[in-house]
Ligand binder design. Structure first.
Ligand code: C5P
Ligand code: MG
Length: 227
């Protein structure tokens, strides 16, 4: 696509060169528990993350929310670039998103010592999946919300009535679906081939979907985290 591109000569943006992930066991920073939460736009990732925060004490980090915040931050050199990518439903270059996530993780740990993260809407592209696990921390598993496009489309259009989001409209939604199928599903498939995906049917009500999520978390031995 045309439009602003990220300046990769900016040292603040070059993904850090590390021999080990930042939060790998045995490193200075010690461990962090990361669960990736994926699914098409409108699959219900944010809704289910809110439940998991309430019941398990995770910190919820939504890549999309972090990008929107950065877009609005006065003086951000990436604001215009992020705005264009979001409207077009394209994936923002990974250097920006990984740095935002890493900053947010560090800030959370400093603030209250919480090292349990739900990373929602990330990784959405193969390069960011590989880089994040290499330089930040390998994920424990991916929670994948499976939902047909028609259901997601209806939810997004409904949300668009009140969300004020620049991408909850017919035109952007179409583009987001294409990006999801072409760019993000290969990431889910890769993790799935590695046996690292919990797939949940996301067509039912939020309460019904969450019941399944809780059962799946128990099967992964995460019951102990429940408050
Ligand atoms: O997850 P959410 O729907 O809030 O993401 C909104 C938009 O933010 C995406 O369509 C995409 O343009 C951008 N995004 C991204 N990379 C991510 C997550 C979101 O570029 N990992
Ligand atoms: Mg969301």
């Amino acid at each position: 696509m045309s439009g602003p591109t990220v300046n990769l000569d900016n040292p603040a943006l070059v993904a850090p060169k590390r021999l080990k992930p930042l939060f790998a066991p045995g490193t200075d920073k010690d461990q962090a528990l990361v669960i990736f939460v994926l699914g098409g736009p409108g699959a219900g990732k944010g809704t289910q993350c809110a439940n998991l925060v309430r019941d398990y004490g995770f910190k919820h980090l939504s890549a999309g929310d972090l990008l929107r915040e950065e877009q609005q931050r006065p003086g951000s050199e990436f604001g215009e670039m992020i705005k264009t990518y979001i409207k077009e439903g394209k994936i923002v270059p990974m250097e920006v998103t990984i740095q935002l996530l890493e900053n947010a993780m560090k800030a959370t740990i400093e603030e209250n010592g919480n090292r349990k993260f739900l990373i929602d809407g990330f990784p959405r592209k193969m390069d960011q999946a590989i880089k994040f696990e290499e330089v930040v921390v390998p994920s424990k598993f991916t929670l994948f919300f499976d939902c047909p496009e028609e259901t997601m489309r209806a939810r997004l259009l409904n949300r668009g009535l009140t969300s004020g989001r620049s991408d909850d409209n017919e035109e952007s939604i179409k583009k987001r679906f294409v990006t999801f199928v072409e760019t993000s599903m290969p990431v889910v498939n890769m993790f799935n081939n590695e046996g690292r995906v919990i797939k949940v049917d996301a067509t039912k009500t939020p309460e019904e979907v969450y019941e399944v999520v809780v059962k799946e978390f128990a099967s992964k031995g995460l019951e102990f985290m429940q408050k």
